[in-house]
Ligand binder design. Structure first.
Ligand code: GLY
Length: 326
């Protein structure tokens, strides 16, 4: 299917679309599936939505959609958002009956004067717009929850998210090379018309307290897109991103002239300077300027990203890790 390469480094040379950037190596499959339509003149908005829908349906991804892990009580709830600009964004959280939060979020954006719908209201709204109710808890996720219950594990002992692709040169050690868990799918697209769009979809933190919502569906936290400044998307421990409006901060820095890598560095420096950082915490960001310059960075080893452009579909390391060896 797709070409794999580690030779590419995050791009600091200007380019136009089409370009797709997705968090984690599983994003490569999704990018590749969506690419033919996108590359034939499709919009960035359609492409980012389609990437998240693809990941929602993959039972092998344990942090998004159908494969996602449930909350403390074994119940699934999904969050997501989509954004073109501060005037055009939509979001849903705590969805319990519909598999594609970004699809609902786009309807919120397009058909209501609101930005965000939550819980039962979001599910009812999806029903009103003809989206089908679907089971959200996969048999494997149910088994994982039962195992977690039986072992009576303390959540703080859980390991941080590490990419399932063992090729990462910036991984900390051999053990984490073979771990296979991830986090939110966040995707940014730049189309041939130069339009930027972004989307996030997640099942949230595994074993979360029921009702917990993280950064992914919150505009400015998990995702921000501003045609004047650029776009940024975050993945990892939502609480850390929410504390500093991470994606908004990265875009604001780019609006003031920063290159994407420097903008991401500032976000991760602020997070790294927190005194309550836990060993299982991870945050990674991808950022792109309207002119196509883009980069990615991670707080800790173990993050990979996927990008697709005219040269093919690739999985790669971020430009830097803020706290190497942790
Ligand atoms: N970044 C996903 C979450 O914390 O829910």
């Amino acid at each position: 299917m797709s070409e794999r390469s580690d030779k590419h480094t995050p791009r600091e040379a200007a380019a136009r679309g089409p370009l797709l950037l997705s968090t984690w190596s599983f994003g490569e499959r999704a990018n590749a599936a969506v690419w033919p339509e996108f590359a034939s003149g499709g919009s960035a908005l359609d492409a980012v939505e389609a990437v998240t829908v693809f990941c929602d349906e993959d039972p092998g991804i344990d942090s998004v959609g159908y494969g996602g892990l449930p909350d403390r009580d074994g119940q699934m709830s999904l969050d997501g958002c989509v954004m073109l600009s501060p005037e055009q964004c939509g979001s849903v959280c705590a969805v319990r009956k519909h598999l594609h939060p970004v699809r609902i979020a786009r309807l919120v954006m397009d058909r209501t004067p609101h930005v965000m719908l939550a819980g039962e209201g979001a599910d009812d709204f999806a029903n009103e717009h003809g989206l089908p109710e679907q089971p959200l808890l996969s048999p494997d996720a149910k088994k994982a929850w039962e195992k977690h219950q039986a072992e009576g594990k303390d959540e703080s002992a859980d390991v941080r998210p590490v990419d399932g692709d063992p090729g990462g040169a910036l991984f900390g050690d051999d053990e984490e090379r073979w771990r296979n868990n991830h986090d939110t799918i966040g995707v940014l697209g730049l189309d041939e018309q130069g339009v930027l769009a972004g989307a996030c979809s997640t099942s949230g933190m595994p074993w979360k307290v029921p009702g917990r919502v993280g950064d992914s569906p919150i505009i400015g936290h998990g995702l921000y897109v501003d045609p004047q400044g650029g776009a940024a998307v975050a993945t990892g421990t939502g609480e850390l991103v929410m504390a500093i409006c991470g994606s908004f901060l990265a875009v604001e820095r780019m609006r003031s002239g920063a290159m994407p890598e420097d903008a991401i560095r500032e976000v991760l420096e602020r997070i790294a300077s927190r005194s309550d950082l836990q060993v299982n915490h991870q945050v990674a960001l991808i950022a792109i300027r309207p002119d196509g310059h883009w980069s990615a960075g991670a707080l800790r080893p173990g993050f990979r990203l996927a990008f697709s452009d005219g040269s093919g579909h690739h999985t790669m390391d971020p430009a830097f890790v803020q706290l190497p060896g942790t």
